[in-house]
Write a protein that binds this ligand. Structure first.
Ligand code: MLT
Ligand code: MN
Ligand code: ZN
Length: 306
């Protein structure tokens, strides 16, 4: 099984188009040692490696496909390596890339949980609009842990569990979360038995998520913010990390503490990094702290073979 990070940034990307925070300004000026990053997405393939499941459809998908020749095979006049799409939530940074796939010849196989399907047909009716183009072939993404496969992606078994986080801001139930608004996804290689747990929007610790992380060989989890008040302190927003469904890395009960409690052999990677997060600066003390704890920071193009 091969997992490739297409986009490692949170909504807005890095640098964000309208942002002059120290990170965004420093990256543009060339004074910061950091990599630019597109918005949150992965792809995964199994045996054969010709067809991939796309995990989240970012608004940067076209740029991500151009940067990933394997997603653009040439087996017929019109072709794609994307066999199907799985959504972790209905957030703008994870779903609006579906529009960019509208030229597909046949309906796009799409796996999403019921609350996400509801949001994408009502609050933000992308799936309704897509009916005027390729349409989607929707599959219910089970959130009870039962396993499923994506047609064309042989040798990869998927299973999901609900996370405590937040529905998208446009969702009619933004402040009234329901199971399935956000999910964590385990991808298991059926040949090696090795697995990766992915959760780009993880708002709180829970025994269920902890168990899923403990049984994975690699965890790739919410790295949005270093501190709860990061955006408030910078003056870019009034929103705290926790209020929008992201567990900050630092502090008591933070992600760093959680990851440090996992078995020693677990590979630990932060992903979905907001442009304000000091860990993007490779020379920052926060980044050094992660390195000391054996925690990696995902980057666009990162590949993990399991
Ligand atoms: C989030 O996960 O909270 C998002 O990155 C927000 C967004 O897409 O603007
Ligand atoms: Mn996001
Ligand atoms: Zn910024």
């Amino acid at each position: 099984m091969l997992i490739r990070v297409l986009g490692s940034a949170a909504g807005g990307g890095f640098p964000q188009w309208n942002c002059n925070c120290p990170n965004c300004a420093g990256l543009r000026a060339g004074t910061l040692r950091a990599l630019p990053r597109t918005q949150s997405s992965l792809c995964v393939t199994g045996e054969g490696g010709q067809d991939w499941a796309l995990i989240n459809a970012s608004p940067d998908i076209l740029e991500q496909i151009r940067a990933t020749p394997a997603l653009q095979p040439n087996r017929s006049l019109r072709d794609t390596g994307i066999a199907g799409v799985l959504l972790m939530d209905g957030q703008v940074d994870h779903s609006t890339g579906l529009y960019m796939l509208r030229e597909r010849g046949r309906p796009l196989p799409l796996w999403c949980a019921d609350p996400v399907h509801e949001d994408l047909t009502r609050g933000n009716p992308i799936l309704k609009v897509l009916e005027h183009f390729c349409g989607v072939d929707r599959h219910v993404l089970p959130i009870d842990g039962s396993s499923f496969h994506v047609d064309g992606v042989a040798g990869v078994r998927f299973s999901a569990l609900p996370l405590a986080s937040k529905a998208a801001p446009y969702s009619p139930h933004r402040e009234d979360p329901v199971p399935g608004d956000n999910i964590g996804l385990t991808m298991t290689c059926e040949r090696s038995g090795r697995s990766l747990f992915y959760a780009p929007g993880l708002g709180a610790h829970s025994p269920e998520v902890d168990a899923a992380m403990r049984s994975a060989d690699c965890v790739m989890v919410d790295g949005t913010f270093w501190t709860d008040d990061e955006m408030v302190a910078l003056g870019v927003s009034q929103k705290t990390a926790r209020s929008i469904g992201h567990l900050p890395q630092s502090g008591e009960g933070g992600m760093l503490e959680w990851l440090s409690s996992l078995p020693a052999g677990t590979r630990k990677v932060l992903i979905h990094i907001n442009n304000t997060n000091p860990i993007l600066d490779e020379d920052s003390p926060q980044r050094a702290k992660l390195t000391r704890h054996g925690i990696e920071v995902a980057y666009d193009g990162m590949e993990i073979a399991l």
